[in-house]
Design a protein around this ligand. Sequence first.
Ligand SMILES: [Zn+2]
Ligand SMILES: [Zn+2]
Length: 130
Amino acid sequence: MKPSRDTKYSKELLSAIGDLGHATNAELLVQLRSVFPEVSATTVHRATARLADRGKVLEAPVSKHGCLRYDSTTTPHDHFICSVCDGIRNINIAADILPMVSSALGGCKITGKLVIYGTCERCLNRKVTV
Ligand SMILES: [Zn+2]
Ligand SMILES: [Zn+2]
């Protein structure tokens, strides 16, 4: 069976998400169009939704503008989001933090993901030099 166009797009999308770590459909459209100029936004939306359905990518916390962001890391992890540049990165602090939060809450079980907001070091440095 020869690979369908969808398979071709999904493959390229997966590698683009892998390169970027976290990516919105808009960012992925730009990437994909550099390889397949004919691809439409709808195609990208459908293909990324399908990748998420199949567990090939995860949904990361949304961007500042509420755009869905996909995550290439499919093992459980938490996130730091810079509120200045909207950059997102993975952090693994749950094992250290959750027992503290849980005991502060009198033993509640924490099941949600942690999202820590702040200003990344790049934005901090930029502010100093401006
Ligand atoms: Zn930043
Ligand atoms: Zn992530």
